[in-house]
Design a binder for this molecule. Structure first.
Ligand code: ADP
Ligand code: GN1
Ligand code: MG
Length: 379
């Protein structure tokens, strides 16, 4: 995080480089993302209106090439804009809109090599940290399936890989194993049970990548970070309106987007809930999301993708667990933390969910089957 004392001055200096409308009147840290530094900026325009923007300092420890990253974001949002317009939607609210710098660039690099970008703030939306009703989750599934479908013909070869091997679970496993072996902060003893849990599941790690390599699963343009708080809902209609956080839009598997949503949204507790008795997989929510996702994908998923949806959920949850745990062992340099052992708590919820999915495996498969049949009958 930026030094808090520096924030207001630094921010007004940074935002003066962008084509924002009016005079800056208020700055506040915003949202619950784990990666970028996000601020909500309020402006007063000359005709006395309020105009708000999202300013982000991109995390360049994680995103090594902010220039390529922004090239992706600009190209994707411009593509989506056209799609949304052709479908009669409102592109100012249904996709992110990049605000340029005064000299027309999509980001600004300051003297300390911080990279900044600005988006229009999407007004009259809500962002959920927990699913409030199956209906919301059905709707996020439909929105994410639709997002994938809108990008189905996007020229994937033009996308930069912003984080190499982002969902390559076997590589994530190797990185995790290395963190355990090095144990550079002496924290492994504290997480012995979780480490054993993760190591015991090594054989699952290649379940999807092997099929991808064998040509049995299609590579698509996917979002890759589909947790609930990356979806904005319209305040009035309560419908999922806009998918944000486009930093990891890259070629991937539809199962990554499905799975990542389930691991976050179909849990009965928060991602960092310390009381594990409150964490399990809610099958009603699993069903709601599955139904919505299948609807949003509108018949574009192959039978193999559909069969593997439960595996997508389990593997994305497991992968996120080993990422949190590796970060805990390595000193919490990747995910932002707000308390001691935060990443360990996060890893624990993920593993509790994985264990619960293993128990509910047959039910998950039955739900997928049931939703697929229903889909066939309604189309
Ligand atoms: P991170 O990569 O750190 O997760 P995000 O891009 O997801 O950062 O932004 C953090 C949060 O800010 C999001 O979860 C969302 O609530 C909010 N947000 C981001 N962009 C916008 C926007 N254009 N309009 C309204 N809210 C936004
Ligand atoms: C991060 O950026 P954010 O907070 O939406 C992470 C995801 C993890 C998620 C866990 C670029 O998402 O991969 O699943 O935290 N994003 C990146 O909550 O690593
Ligand atoms: Mg986010």
């Amino acid at each position: 995080m930026l030094n808090e004392n520096l924030v207001p001055d630094r921010i007004s200096q940074v935002i003066s480089r962008f084509a924002a409308e009016g005079r800056l009147t208020e700055t506040q840290p915003y949202g619950n993302g784990h990666i970028n530094d996000t601020f909500l900026l309020t402006f007063r325009t000359e005709d006395n209106h309020t105009k708000r923007y999202i300013l982000q300092r991109m995390n360049n420890n994680i995103f090594k090439n902010p220039c390529q990253l922004m090239e992706n974001v600009v190209n994707i949002t411009e593509y989506l804009r056209k799609m949304i317009l052709s479908q009669g939607g409102d592109p100012d609210r249904e996709t992110l809109n990049v605000v340029r710098t005064l000299d027309g660039a999509s980001y600004y690099e300051d003297d300390s090599h911080n990279f900044w970008r600005v988006f229009l703030f999407i007004e009259d939306t809500i962002c959920l940290e927990m699913v409030e009703s199956p209906r919301d989750f059905y709707d996020s599934g439909a929105a994410l399936g639709n997002f994938q479908r809108m990008l189905a013909d996007y020229p994937a070869e033009t996308l930069h890989e912003t984080i190499p091997d982002f969902h390559h679970t076997p590589s994530r496993f190797l990185a995790f194993q290395r963190a355990v072996q090095e144990d550079k902060l002496g924290r492994a003893a504290q997480a012995a049970e979780e480490i054993a849990f993760a190591l015991a599941r090594e054989k699952d790690t290649a379940a999807l990548t092997d099929l991808l390599q064998a040509g049995k699963l299609p590579l698509r343009v996917t979002h890759n970070d589909t947790k609930l708080n990356n979806i904005l809902f319209d305040k009035t209609t309560k419908k999922a309106l806009c998918i944000v956080d486009l930093d990891t839009v890259m070629p991937g598997l539809s199962l990554y987007d499905f799975g990542d949503s389930i691991r976050f949204g179909a849990s009965t507790g928060a991602e960092d809930e310390p009381d594990l008795s409150r964490i399990e997989l809610d099958l009603t929510l699993f069903e709601a999301f599955t139904e919505g996702f299948l609807k949003g994908c509108a018949g574009s998923l192959t039978p193999e993708e559909i069969r593997l949806l439960p595996m997508g959920a389990k593997l994305m949850t497991y992968e996120c667990g080993i990422r949190f745990l590796a970060d805990f062992l390595e000193g919490d340099s990747y995910f932002k933390i707000h308390r001691e052992n935060h990443n360990l708590d996060r890893a624990r919820t993920q593993f509790k969910l994985v264990a619960d999915m293993e128990k509910k495996w047959d039910q998950m498969a039955e739900i997928v089957e049931k939703c697929t049949e229903r889909q066939v009958h309604t189309t």
